[in-house]
Design a protein around this ligand. Structure first.
Ligand SMILES: *Cc1c(COP(=O)(O)O)cnc(C)c1O
Length: 370
């Protein structure tokens, strides 16, 4: 039996990519915000329905430098149920993450629990549209407005999703997308900051920060980094963007097949189909209740592995319990996140996963039920 990995990067045709990079041999312009870079920013701005798009070498640096550009101070309220990058971006800015629990239904930050965590040191809220599920953007926006806090979304999983007909980057002060090879849309490595409106020179600040803080030839006015997306990455993005609709459609079919098999099985909880949301089918998380299902998440994961099927315990452990954060921040206050983290498994999900593969994966899972 062939192995099935948890994900498999989408790729354009070989010829299509070669055609896209051909010009680079004429121009010899390989990085530093070249033609492909500008073209991708424009195309993404229109695809995502957001005014400003600033590209980066990866999603993590996009987030880290966005937090720096926002001049945040003190504490940032966030979720521990995420990829470790979210927490690192806060801590590497000298800020303190304050962990808020998540909702048991869609695993996004529980907006009702945010207010009790706000102190005079809080400067921002950093929620995550985890698995591509949209946070309660209205409730988060209301609490932020009341307390004059910035809202920055980690939208690494949410590329192309819409809420009430608007691209998800329209919510909050700014959003970060990751274009890593494993994401729904990718530039091999890459990422972007997106936002609407003029925000105190944010566009210029982001441009400077990804290029060493250089404002012009003689002025360096910020302690920047080097996080520029190069032309080969941008070219991959231009190609992948042409196919995003069909890729998403294929993912939708995979998700539907999983749901056919797993909906209504006692001891298995699937993510809800969210109201007013156009989803991107980025991941397929399943939460196992050991008592009802008869066997637990770890056992399922090992059993599938023996059959050459590789799932991920996303997100386990919580970021707040990693070696580098343990004993440093209070992680005990997020019981729903802890419980979910112990029970969740993300099943293989990518555009080219076949129906037969999904049938086989689900067959094995259902066989394990006791
Ligand atoms: C992938 C990811 C990131 C980091 O993006 P990179 O492009 O890999 O640097 C940040 N947050 C979340 C939730 C992610 O899944």
């Amino acid at each position: 039996m062939e192995e099935i990995l948890v994900t498999r990067s989408s790729m354009p045709g070989y010829e299509e990519y070669i055609e896209e990079i051909r010009e680079l041999w004429d121009s010899h312009w390989l990085t530093n915000m070249g033609k492909k870079h500008r073209e991708l920013e424009q195309k993404l701005s229109s695809y995502l329905g957001v005014e400003h798009v600033s590209l980066f070498s990866n999603g993590h640096m996009a987030l880290e430098l966005l937090l720096q550009a926002m001049n945040l101070t003190g504490e940032v309220i966030t979720t521990p149920f995420t990829f470790v990058s979210t927490t690192h971006a806060i801590v590497r800015n000298g800020l303190v993450p304050v962990f808020c629990d998540i909702r048991p239904d869609d695993y996004t930050i529980d907006a009702e629990k945010i207010e009790s965590l706000i102190t005079e040191k809080t400067s921002a809220i950093l929620p995550v549209h985890v698995y591509g599920s949209i946070c309660d953007v209205e409730a988060i926006g209301a609490v932020a407005k009341k307390h004059h806090l910035k809202v920055i979304y980690d939208a690494a999983h949410a590329f192309g999703t819409e809420y009430k007909g608007r691209g998800v980057a329209a919510f909050g002060d700014a959003s970060m997308f990751s274009f890593h090879a494993t994401k729904v849309f990718h530039t091999i490595e890459g990422g972007a900051v997106c936002f609407n409106g003029e925000q105190d020179g944010l566009t210029e600040d982001l441009y400077g920060l990804k290029n060493f803080g250089i404002r012009n030839e003689e002025v360096v006015d910020a302690v920047g980094a080097n996080s520029k997306m190069n032309e080969f990455q941008a070219a991959m993005g231009l190609c992948n963007l042409r196919h995003i609709a069909e890729e998403t459609e294929k993912r939708a079919r995979v998700a539907a097949r999983y749901r056919e098999h797993l909906t209504g099985v006692s001891g298995i909880k699937l993510s809800p189909v969210q109201k007013d949301v156009r989803p991107n089918y980025a991941y397929f998380p399943v939460v196992f209740d050991e008592k009802l299902f008869g066997c637990g998440r770890d056992e399922i994961c090992e059993m599938l592995k023996r059959h050459g099927i590789f799932t991920r315990k996303y997100f386990y452990p919580l970021t707040s319990s990693f070696e580098c954060y343990r004993n440093r921040y209070d992680a005990s206050a997020t019981p729903v996140a802890s419980e979910t983290s112990r029970r969740v498994l993300t099943l293989p999900m990518y555009a080219d996963l076949t129906e037969e593969d999904v049938d086989r994966i689900c067959g094995l899972i259902l066989q394990a039920k006791r």
